[in-house]
Design a protein around this ligand. Sequence first.
Ligand SMILES: [Fe+2]
Length: 405
Amino acid sequence: MEQVTPTSTAVAQDMVPASAPPRGRVSKFLIPEVIFGIGTLAEVGGAVRRVGGRRPMLVSDPGVLAAGWVERATPYLDDVCVQWRLWHELTPNPKDFEVAAAFESYLDNGCDALLAIGGGSCIDLAKAVAILSGNGGRILDYEGIDRATRPIPPMVMVPTTGGSGSDVSQFCVVTDTKRRFRATIGGRALVPDISLTDPELLTTMPGELTAHTGLDAFSHAIESCVSEACDFLSKGHAIAAIQAIVEYLPVAVEDPFDLTAREGMARASLQAGLAFTNALLGATHAIAHQIGGALDLPHGLLNAILMPHVMRFNAETHADRYVDVAGALGVSTDGIDPDDAAERAIERVEDLSRGLGIPSGLHEIGVDPADFDTFAVNALRDAYIATNPRPVTEDDVRRICVAAY
Ligand SMILES: [Fe+2]
């Protein structure tokens, strides 16, 4: 290899034309191995074996257990001599103490991998246990980005809801029960090894959960599409997810066993997840995390209520970002003024939520305006606030909360 000396560097610089363009924007895209399709639950044993798991902790929740999906999956593990240990002691929006208890069980049982069969809460708890297994300490020590630096055990995630995207993302969210907010933990180590989606598993979700998780995916797609970090690698997935959610979510809520709609929503959730884990999110999630942590309310419901108001706030300065979103929502955007496109996109978002029975404001779900100041302070510390297209101040958060009330 040619040695680069100060002289040769100087010569090389002389050879660069003065008119050379500045270095372009850098794009990167980080995803797990993805297995997707009806009937792919049968692949779960092979998936765990392939990443080296022999004694995985199988994280699920009472609802998924009652629906029979764990019972359906475990023979595929037994067939390949995978000795799984079940853990199902968790609640929606997993709490810091639930992570600590699960990790203790992981150690007691000599587990060597994580397998989650469940929604975002199960997947996030499994990721949190993986972090502690590799890094020790308490889970909240790792709040922020890239704080967990040591290798963690292999992870296989099987989502059963059409929303969280956590099965492909580099994030997990854990409720800090002392400070009463949802702490975001992120880093490339948290990208699961394998994401396995069998859309049939979505058919047992009740209508309200389908609406909430579907609208969570909707907020992932829209926020990532307008994010400061959105690039060509993420945008196509975000746009496809928006289109699919508009088409399939109302059908999936109306008829839980419509497998075409469930497959469409599973695909949308996956693509919204691929978009947001790389392009990140914005103020909707940053604020929803604070309200959700304080009041333990459904994450997707909060995003659905907040998102039109965040879009209106963003559109005051960045309406152009919403032109493609409007197109994906079915608005004819040829020659349209960006302000009009943004407003029509917001109206379509509001129509979808209203049609699914989402409350019109935070006042309907027990949020107290006296907490808006706390939400404002904490939202500015959330990892996702940095990629909101418009810079956000505490006053802005308060204004958005008042509008959404
Ligand atoms: Fe979300």
